[in-house]
Design a binder for this molecule. Structure first.
Ligand SMILES: [Zn+2]
Length: 339
């Protein structure tokens, strides 16, 4: 079937890694920002990884230009709105858009201003397109715990006003989860749902720490979980959901090759896996492409894709009312396509 028509959910989507070159140029023109080129195709080379990307560090260099273009209220709103427009074309019915507020304060915006502008862009997008959208605020590993505590405070302020969770991202190899224990204890106190990038650029012990010590209900990637069979059992028992992003995982060398990606292995083991994009621009992908990869490379059948989408639904950080609404929409749409 045409997988574009398949109703989908994306739980792991970075706003700054998903701004199209066209939008970047639009913003640069509006705000007099100097870009290395104003040619869309040439600009693509600056914001998209080559097929042969060496590691996560090289991957992360591709975010520089979007960061430069996401420093004003207007640009933040515009980028958030465009995100919802883009993913609605892929029949995404629900998306959790994540971003690190501190990266957008270079021109003096406060972090709560960053958040409210992104939320208003998401809301406008939600009104114009058939996609429900919520936000996850990212604490950066290389930022101080004090800064990350501020992020948690802002997340608490916007909880149920568009923000549904918090995340920890950045340089995993050099900054283990435990460094941010105080910040995430505070998130637990406020009952803010937690997801943490772990087992992507470092070993399975980070997955253990994220779940057991920091209270993560979901793990970003979790590629290296399979190295520890006891942990596999624990993740299963605790019903922790993995947010896998196959194209990105291959590009950042979280896996050696397409063949060694563990998504099918985890799925067959009964772990709650989901499929996501990570960064549609940097990784040159979209959610339809990721679903297609599951079919073409790993032999998933349509019923299993539906199961994966329902894993995403169950793990979504939205409140129960919204979840029931979304469930009805998905069930109706699956029925129409005979699933
Ligand atoms: Zn990510």
């Amino acid at each position: 079937m045409n997988l574009q028509l398949f109703p989908k959910i994306d739980l792991h989507y970075h706003l700054d890694g998903s701004v199209s070159p066209v939008t970047l140029i639009e913003i640069a023109l509006q705000e007099n920002i100097q870009l290395p080129t104003m040619n869309v195709d040439k600009l693509r080379e600056y914001v998209q990884v080559e097929e042969e990307c060496r590691n996560l560090a090289e991957y992360l260099t591709k975010f520089e230009i979007s960061k430069k273009c996401m420093q004003s209220p207007r640009a933040l709103k515009q980028v958030a709105y465009k995100a919802i427009e883009d993913v609605s074309k892929q029949n995404v019915r629900y998306i959790e858009v994540r971003f690190a507020p501190y990266l957008h304060t270079e021109q003096g915006l406060r972090i709560d201003e960053v958040v409210s502008n992104v939320l208003s862009g998401l809301k406008e997008g939600e009104n114009d397109f058939a996609t429900m959208a919520r936000a996850i605020l990212i604490c950066m590993r290389n930022d101080s715990v004090e800064k990350n505590i501020e992020i948690i405070e802002v997340a608490a302020k916007f909880l149920d006003k568009g923000v549904v969770g918090v995340d920890l991202a950045g340089d995993e190899a050099n900054f283990p989860p435990d460094l941010n224990k105080d910040a995430f204890n505070l998130a637990k106190k406020y009952n803010i749902p937690i997801t943490i990038h772990a087992g992507e650029a470092a070993g399975s012990e980070n997955i253990y720490d994220a779940v057991v010590n920091l209270g993560a209900k979901r793990i970003g990637h979790g590629i290296r979980l399979k190295e520890d069979p006891h942990l596999v059992e624990l993740i299963k028992e605790k019903k922790i959901t993995l947010e896998l992003c196959p194209t990105s995982n291959v590009q950042t060398k979280a896996v050696d090759s397409w063949e060694s990606h563990p998504i099918k292995y985890y799925f067959d083991k009964g772990i709650l896996v989901t499929v996501n994009t990570d960064n549609t621009t940097v990784s040159n992908t979209n959610i339809t492409n990721e679903y297609r990869i599951l079919v073409e490379r790993y032999g998933f059948i349509l019923d299993e894709l539906k199961e994966i989408t329902f894993n995403s639904l169950n793990a979504a950080f939205i409140n129960n009312n919204d979840k029931q609404k979304l469930k009805k929409i998905l069930e109706k749409e699956y029925k129409i396509i005979g699933l």
